[in-house]
Design a protein around this ligand. Structure first.
Ligand code: MN
Length: 489
């Protein structure tokens, strides 16, 4: 595709989802980025600009608007050219510059294969991103990098694939972005665990011929049942099974594919919640449900906002089939999650479910949606406001409560380090043990092997329940052993 064709396609996609949007900024960003990356090449030999253009297209395809798409076009400019974030701010305003800056910073969070720090890394990624739009651009960037990973050296393929599985996909999941999560996982799985990937693909292929025939038959039967019951406005489609999620299930069930009930799965989309329950009733009238497999995620949504009714039934010929029943809004939420809130169609805005705190907040802010500063300030994630992220001398991230001290840090590493802690060095300076740490501090703990037990005075200033509990339990067991010795005498 030529550069001009890319621009035409990009603008068309945005206009499809946002008929009244002003796309001038996208055109401007397109040419600005093309200019900044001029002469640069990707490892594939293609012009570098192909990458930001592809990232922008991914964002436009999921229905995002001109601001995020423009940020996608510019996301690698500060890192890869001599144009700075300040230049971008001058040209495109604070809003787009902030997203680009965030994307560049989050790019510095790297997974180094230490499992016990994975959760902290995920949190830091989110905390550093600060604005959910940064995370969305980063996801699109990662999707395109995974699509073109063949050109990277094997070691880098491995690192990026594992990082995608361990850091990116779980965050996508938590934000309810089911479709992006599935794509990230399937693309990464192939590089991270090639043999396992192949065996799952083979397994799916073996099951496929029969599966598709059964799907068609059941789809016809259900269509008949729904029409008989007076339903006219519905869609039924087969659901693509993601390779990685099937692999995870196989691991859980000892590789026994007969225990996996959603291999044959159909999705029914109906206009209202009442229709969802009607469809469930109609399905259960026709086919017997499996015990314990009816799940009402409409009444009780998943923490990430996911809503649907699930049921698994014995269809004719003893086939086990899973149904997911939902409204179009629930479907959009399930696929796009938090990104759905930037996605407006002609039908108007989306009604989010109340159980997802971020979504409720976002909904409030949506009222005065415009690219104004006040709106953006509110958009910043508050969740991590009372946490700090500090580093070990090796650069691993430790997540602590605000005002935490070197003692909290020491216990977060290991109780032995805490119990034997004698002094602390923060950013190369010796500090008192009750010193309040700040995000970004590098902390080294000096231990004294001769120290027999933690100092009870520490309880006065530690901030984490982890440190407090470990100090208390040590002191308690010490007291107990003195008592034991006394009683034995
Ligand atoms: Mn990039």
């Amino acid at each position: 595709m030529s550069v001009d064709q890319r621009l035409v396609k990009l603008l068309k996609t945005i206009q499809h989802f946002h008929p009244t949007a002003d796309t001038d900024v996208v055109e401007l960003a397109f040419n600005f980025s093309k200019q900044a990356h001029d002469g640069q090449k990707r490892l594939s030999g293609e012009p570098y600009f192909v990458h930001p253009a592809a990232v922008a297209q991914i964002l436009a395809d999921i229905g995002l608007g001109p601001v995020i798409v423009a940020a996608g076009l510019l996301h690698d400019v500060p890192e890869e050219s001599n144009v700075t974030v300040a230049d971008i701010k001058k040209e495109f305003g604070k809003d787009i510059a902030t997203i680009v800056d965030g994307v560049t910073k989050v790019g510095k969070v790297k997974y180094r294969g230490v499992d016990r720090y994975v959760e902290n890394l995920r949190k830091m990624f989110v905390a550093m991103a600060n604005d959910i739009r940064v995370i969305i651009v980063r996801f699109a960037d990662r999707l395109h990098n995974l699509q073109t990973l063949d050109y990277q050296p094997v070691r880098k393929q491995q690192r990026i694939a594992l990082e995608s599985l361990e850091i990116y996909a779980p965050i996508a999941n938590r934000l309810g972005m089911g479709e992006i999560k599935g794509q990230l996982e399937d693309l990464a799985f192939r590089y991270a665990f090639p043999d396992e990937y192949q065996s799952v693909v083979d397994l799916m292929d073996q099951a496929r011929p029969g599966r598709e025939r059964i799907l068609r038959i059941i789809q016809q039967k259900l269509t008949g049942e729904l029409e008989k019951n007076g339903l006219t406005n519905f869609e039924i489609h087969g659901r693509a099974k993601h390779v990685y999620s099937l692999y995870c299930k196989l691991l859980k069930y000892d590789h026994d594919i007969s225990k996996i009930y959603d291999l044959i799965a159909l999705r029914v989309v109906v206009p209202t919640v009442a229709d969802c329950y009607r469809v469930l009733g109609i399905i259960h009238q026709r086919w017997a449900p499996l015990k314990g497999r009816i799940k009402d995620y409409i009444a009780r949504p998943k923490p990430n906002g996911y809503q649907s009714l699930h049921t698994t039934v014995f269809c004719d010929e003893h086939e086990v089939v899973e149904f997911q029943i939902r409204t179009p809004q629930m479907h959009q939420q399930a696929e796009l999650g938090i990104a759905a809130h930037w996605h407006y169609d002609e039908k108007g805005s989306f009604v989010p479910n109340k159980n997802f705190a971020w979504v409720t907040e976002l909904a409030k802010w949506q009222k005065d949606i415009s690219d104004n500063q006040e709106y953006l300030d509110k958009l910043k994630i508050q969740v991590f406001a009372n946490r700090i992220f500090v580093f070990t001398p090796k650069g691993d991230v430790i997540d602590l409560p605000e005002q935490a001290t070197p003692i909290d840090f020491a216990y977060a590493i290991h109780s032995d380090i805490g119990n034997h802690c004698s002094s602390a060095i923060v950013n190369d300076v010796i500090v008192p043990l009750d010193h309040a740490l700040n995000s970004g501090d590098v902390i080294e703990i000096i231990i004294d092997k001769n120290r027999k037990s933690p100092n009870p005075d520490w309880l006065e200033f530690v901030k984490s329940s982890n440190a407090r509990n470990k100090i208390r339990s040590f002191l308690r067991s010490e007291k107990q052993s003195i008592l034991d010795r006394f009683l034995k005498k």
